[in-house]
Write a protein that binds this ligand. Structure first.
Ligand SMILES: [Zn+2]
Length: 316
C-alpha cells in the first residue's frame, strides 16, 4: 500500500458554490490550493482529479424524488432548493454530483491501496438530508460515502467525525436509528447557531439509542475548550473501533468566521486530524478521508484545511 496522501483538485470541484455575495463562493477551492503551495506541501502530496457521481450512487443516500427535484431546478437555474439558504444555481446538479463523486473517488483510492489518506476540499456537505437540501448543502457526500462503503466494500462500521461549527444534522438524522454509524460531532450549541440541533441528549434512536456522540460547545469557545471535549471524541472512537473514518473538518469553527461564534485556531484542526490518523492506524488500517466542510473566512479555511493535510502527511 502506498503511504501517500491524496488531495483532490480541479475546476469541476471548484464549481460547487453560489457566487457573490453568498458566503459559499466559488473561490474557496483555489484559496486552499494556493495555501498548500505556500506551505510547501504540494511537493509532498499527490493530486487527483474530481469525478462526478452517478445517479445510482446518489440514490444510495438520497431519495429519487429529491434527486429529480434538484435536476429540474438546476436546469431552471432560479429560486432556492430550500427555504432560502441554498440557491438553485444553473448547473448545481452537476456541481453537487461532482462533490459526491470526488468523496467516493477518495474512498476508492484508499480501498485500492493507492493512498493511505485523502482530503477533498469543498466536500463535507453535512446539512443535506436524504430528501432535501439545507444550509448550502445539496447532496450529502459523506452520507453517500457511508452507504457506498457498505455496499461496495462490506465496511459497515464507519465513523463520521465532525468539527465544523455547525451540527452535521444531515448525517446525524440520516443515520439516527443506525447503530453501525459511529457519529461524533463537536459543534456550537444549537441554541445560538443554525441548524439548532445536536443537543447532548441526542444519542440516537431505536436500536441506535445511546450510540452517538453530540457535543455542543458554547459560543466563544477557544482551543482549550475544544481539546477538553475532543478527549471524549477520542475515547468514544477507541471504544467504537471503526473500520473507516470520514472527517468533516469545517473551518468555520475558527475565530473570525463571519457566520459563527467559535474562536478556535487552526491548531485545533491540526490536532484533531493527527489524533484521527493515530486512531485510524490502530483500528482502520490507516483509512481516513478528510473533507473541508464549512469555513467562510478565506484565510481561516486555507490555514485550517492545510493543517489537516499537514497532519495527514506527518502521520505517514
Ligand atoms: Zn459549518
Amino acid at each position: 500500500m502506498s503511504d501517500s496522501v491524496l488531495v483532490y483538485k480541479g475546476s469541476e470541484l471548484a464549481s460547487y458554490g453560489f457566487g457573490d455575495p453568498h458566503p459559499f463562493g466559488f473561490d474557496r477551492h483555489d484559496v486552499f490550493q494556493r495555501e498548500l503551495v505556500k506551505a510547501g506541501l504540494d511537493t509532498q502530496l499527490e493530486f487527483a482529479r474530481p469525478r462526478q457521481a452517478s445517479v445510482d450512487e446518489l440514490l444510495l443516500f438520497h431519495t429519487a424524488d429529491y434527486i429529480d427535484m434538484v435536476s429540474r431546478k438546476s436546469s431552471e437555474g432560479r429560486g432556492y432548493l430550500d427555504d432560502g439558504d441554498t440557491p438553485a444555481m444553473p448547473g448545481i446538479f452537476d456541481a453537487a454530483s461532482v462533490v459526491v463523486g470526488t468523496t467516493l473517488a477518495a474512498v476508492d483510492a484508499i480501498m485500492a491501496g493507492s493512498c493511505k489518506r485523502a482530503f477533498v476540499p469543498i466536500a463535507g456537505l453535512h446539512h443535506a438530508a436524504r430528501d432535501r437540501a439545507a444550509g448550502f448543502c445539496v447532496f450529502n457526500d459523506c452520507g453517500v460515502a457511508v452507504e457506498y462503503l457498505r455496499k461496495n466494500y462490506g465496511i459497515s462500521r464507519v465513523a463520521y467525525v465532525d468539527i465544523d461549527a455547525h451540527h452535521g444534522d444531515g448525517v446525524f438524522y440520516g443515520f439516527e436509528d443506525d447503530p453501525d454509524l459511529i457519529f461524533a460531532d463537536v459543534h456550537e450549541d444549537g441554541r445560538y447557531l443554525y441548524p439548532g440541533t445536536g443537543a447532548a441528549e441526542e444519542t440516537g434512536k431505536g436500536p441506535a439509542r445511546g450510540t452517538k456522540l453530540n457535543i455542543p460547545i458554547a459560543p466563544g469557545a477557544v482551543d482549550s475548550d475544544f481539546y477538553r471535549e475532543w478527549e471524549r471524541v477520542e475515547q468514544y472512537l477507541e471504544e467504537a473501533k471503526p473500520e473507516f473514518i470520514l472527517f468533516q473538518g469545517g473551518a468555520d469553527s475558527l475565530e473570525g468566521d463571519p457566520i459563527t461564534h467559535l474562536c478556535y485556531t487552526e491548531e485545533a484542526h491540526a490536532r484533531a486530524a493527527a489524533a484521527l490518523c493515530r486512531i485510524a492506524d490502530k483500528h482502520c488500517e490507516g483509512r481516513i478521508v478528510g473533507t473541508g466542510g464549512g469555513g467562510y473566512n478565506r484565510d481561516n479555511l486555507a490555514r485550517a484545511w492545510t493543517r489537516i493535510v499537514q497532519s495527514f502527511v506527518a502521520a505517514g
